[in-house]
Structures are given as structure tokens and as C-alpha cells.
Design a binder for this molecule. Structure first.
Ligand SMILES: *Cc1c(COP(=O)(O)O)cnc(C)c1O
Length: 398
């Protein structure tokens, strides 16, 4: 059903299993971007802020992402990086929690979090007079208590590919009176998320991974509709003002998704992302999930069939409800093995010290790709001696 989508991407005969770091290029983006540069910037210049719809692009593109993460329109803005949005969301959530109960002075952070979330959460804690306590994602539900303000959780562990329990953890946080911020970097565009259905408070996520927006494409921020009016951003730039062109000295926050903005949007990246999102037209995210699970199941079966026992260990959970859209293999020689794979046209990535990651993007990854990757992995392992080896060949965005 999704097989026809592959032709909408620029690909070659490389087996590309790194779409969880940088999604492939949708074929219509180069022409659209050239038109934005030549016509909208080159010919219309300043007029494009109004005539080409640049000014509203952060909310317009947000509304294009919204259905992919289960959000009704008006709650998602595309702006800044995920790192910056983590700060907005965590500080914003703590401020809401403390408005009700000032004694809530603890932020729980996913112990295995992608590092940027942890660094930013530590700063958010200092800004709000909170302490930061690392807790395993699957233990968060039980750890949230009367002094907890906010939980910050990665929906998928970027190393192991383990999927956290969004519904259960969110419900438990709410029972404890806390708010929850989900980082959807490895799930937006990979599986159904259902933010509205589960009453998620805040969510952030990348657009350059499974959403194929391009290197450094701006991230998204979701604020649940009934919290939007209480969202007090720690970065209240002029773009989030109720009347930015009044140029008032006093700040007054705008309504709705606009509140998540900071400064002038990154128009070229934003419009490249908008064009990229057209590949989702007519695609159901549940079909994407079904293919993702079939691909990752099949890849694991191929690895088990081709690779001699004991050379690699699958660390991604076998249970579908605990698996994202990647397969991670532990292997002591992972660095050298990934180097060998890339040299033979199979691109995954390596996370120190010993993890091989293979990301499956159902819009363009085929079962043939999965089979070839496992076969080449077995060939590379046969050529790489079983001793521990050195350096990282590829280290890029998680
Ligand atoms: C990729 C990733 C990020 C990246 O954040 P940037 O600000 O875009 O560099 C953050 N969090 C998680 C969980 C990620 O996987």
C-alpha cells in the first residue's frame, strides 16, 4: 500500500536505514525551494511575508503535522529546534503546575534521555527552583508524586528503540497532579501518537527524522488547547506577541499556537518542510505503523537467520507495543561493523560504545532493503574479527 511512496523520494541503490537521524529528500522539494528563493524572496522580497504566507507559516505547517500526532488544529507550532522547544515546554509546564501548587518542585526526567533533553531540563529546573530527578521511563508512572511538577519523557529510547507507554504514563502523571512533556523525535511520522486522545499536556519533536523536513528543519511544539491560555513561555519573543507590529514595550501573549513562537521564523527550512509534508497526503499513520512493525520483525528474522549466534544481540523489544521504528543491535565491534556496512552500501548508524542502529522509514524502506541489510551485516561480521574495536565512523543527530 505504501510501496508507491518510495518513488516520491530521491534515493539510489543504497539501503538507507538512517531516516531516524536524517530523513531522505522528497523529490518535489528542490523545485519548490528554488521557487521560494527566486520568486518569493528574489522577486517579491518583503511582500512575501504577507503575499506568500510567510508570516503564518509556523502555524500552517504545524496544522499539517497535527494529524500525524493526533492533534486537532491550532495546537502545534513549528519553530526553533527541539532543544529550544524542550525549554519552552518544561518551563511552561512547571509554571502551570506551580500556579496551582507552589510546592511542586521536582522535575522527573527520563534516565536514558537523549542528552539535550537532560541538559535543558537541568537548566529549566534551575530557572524554576526545581530539582531534577532521573528515573527510568517505565518507572515514571510510579514515581510521580505530590511534589512532582513535570515529567519529561522520550517516547522512544533513541539507543534501544524501546517505546514508552504514553497513555499510561500520562494518566499516572495526571493522577499525581503533575504535567507531562513528551519528546516525539522518534515517533512523529513513525507511528500513531494520539496526543489529544491521551490528554498530553505538552509535546515536542524533530521534523528532520521521520518527517523528512531536511537538515536542521525547525521542530514542533504542541500545547494542549485548554492549557494554551496558561502557557507562559520562558522565551516570549516578539513573534509570540498578541499584536507584534504594534511594537509595544509591554508584552502581551498571543492566543493559541502562536504563543510558542520566539523570533522571526526560519522561512527557507520551514517551507522546505512544508513541501516535504506533502508526501503524507493520502497516507494513514496506522498503515505506516503496520508496515514499520512488519519491516522490523522481518529484519530481526533475517538477522537471526544470517548472522551466527552470539555475534549481535537484539536490544529492541520484541513486543510490538514496546517497539519504535528502529532495530538496535549490540555488538562489541559496532564501530568497525558500521564502517563496513556503509562501505557496502548499507547506511545505519553507530552509537557508542556498542550499538548498531537501523531506522525503518515505512514510506521508503522496502522489505528488500531489510533483507539486504541483514545479509550484508552477516558478510561484514564474517570479515571483522570478533575482537573489540575502536572509533566511531558516523555520529550525527540522534
Ligand atoms: C534527535 C533528537 C533531538 C535533537 O534535538 P535538536 O535540538 O534538533 O538537535 C532531541 N531529542 C531527541 C529525543 C532526539 O531524538
Amino acid at each position: 500500500m505504501l510501496a508507491g511512496k518510495r518513488s516520491e523520494f530521491v534515493l539510489d541503490d543504497t539501503v538507507y536505514l538512517d531516516g531516524n537521524s536524517l530523513g531522505a529528500l522528497p523529490a518535489s522539494v528542490p523545485d519548490r525551494l528554488a521557487d521560494v528563493v527566486r520568486h518569493e524572496w528574489g522577486a517579491l522580497r518583503i511582500r512575501s511575508w504577507t503575499e506568500s504566507g510567510w508570516w503564518e507559516a509556523p502555524e500552517r505547517v504545524g496544522d499539517r503535522i497535527a494529524p500525524l500526532v493526533g492533534a486537532a488544529p491550532g495546537q502545534v507550532v513549528v519553530s526553533d529546534s527541539t532543544s529550544v522547544n524542550v525549554l519552552k515546554a518544561v518551563v511552561g509546564a512547571v509554571r502551570i503546575a506551580q500556579e496551582e501548587t507552589p510546592a511542586r518542585r521536582e522535575i522527573l526526567v527520563d534516565e536514558a534521555t537523549f542528552p539535550t533533553d537532560g541538559y535543558i531540563a537541568a537548566s529549566a529546573a534551575r530557572m524554576t527552583g526545581c530539582t531534577l530527578r532521573p528515573v527510568p521511563a517505565d518507572a515514571m508512572a510510579g514515581e510521580a508524586g505530590p511534589s512532582t511538577a513535570v515529567l519529561l519523557v522520550n517516547h522512544v529510547d533513541y539507543r534501544t528503540g524501546e517505546l514508552a507507554d504514553l497513555a499510561g504514563t500520562t494518566a499516572a502523571a495526571h493522577r499525581a497532579g503533575a504535567l507531562v512533556v513528551w519528546d516525539l523525535c522518534h515517533t512523529a511520522g513513525a507511528l500513531p501518537v494520539d496526543l489529544d486522545a491521551h490528554d498530553v499536556d505538552f509535546a515536542v519533536g524533530c521534523t528532520y527524522k521521520y518527517l523528512n523536513g531536511g537538515p536542521g528543519a525547525p521542530a514542533f511544539l504542541y500545547v494542549r488547547a485548554d492549557l494554551a491560555g496558561r502557557f507562559d513561555s520562558p522565551l516570549p519573543g516578539w513573534n509570540s506577541h498578541a499584536d507584534p507590529f504594534a511594537m509595544e514595550s509591554a508584552y502581551a501573549a498571543g492566543d493559541g499556537a502562536v504563543r510558542g513562537r520566539v523570533g522571526t521564523p526560519d522561512i527557507l527550512s520551514l517551507l522546505a518542510l512544508e513541501e516535504s509534508l506533502k508526501v503524507w497526503d493520502g497516507v494513514g499513520i496506522t498503515d505506516v505503523r503496520a508496515k514499520s512493525l512488519a519491516l522490523t520483525d522481518f529484519f530481526v528474522r533475517c538477522v537471526e537467520a544470517y548472522v551466527p549466534a552470539g555475534r549481535v544481540r537484539v536490544v529492541t523489544p520484541a513486543a510490538h507495543e514496546r517497539r519504535g521504528s528502529q532495530v538496535a543491535l549490540r555488538c562489541p565491534e559496532a564501530g568497525a561493523v558500521m564502517e563496513g556496512l556503509i562501505a557496502r552500501g548499507v547506511v545505519g548508524d553507530y552509537r557508542r560504545p556498542d550499538v548498531l542502529r537501523f531506522g525503518f522509514t515505512p514510506l521508503y524502506t522496502s522489505f528488500g532493503d531489510a533483507e539486504r541489510a541483514a545479509r550484508v551485516l552477516a558478510e561484514v561480521l564474517a570479515a571483522v574479527p570478533g575482537a573489540a574495536s575502536a572509533e566511531a565512523p558516523t555520529e550525527d543527530a540522534g
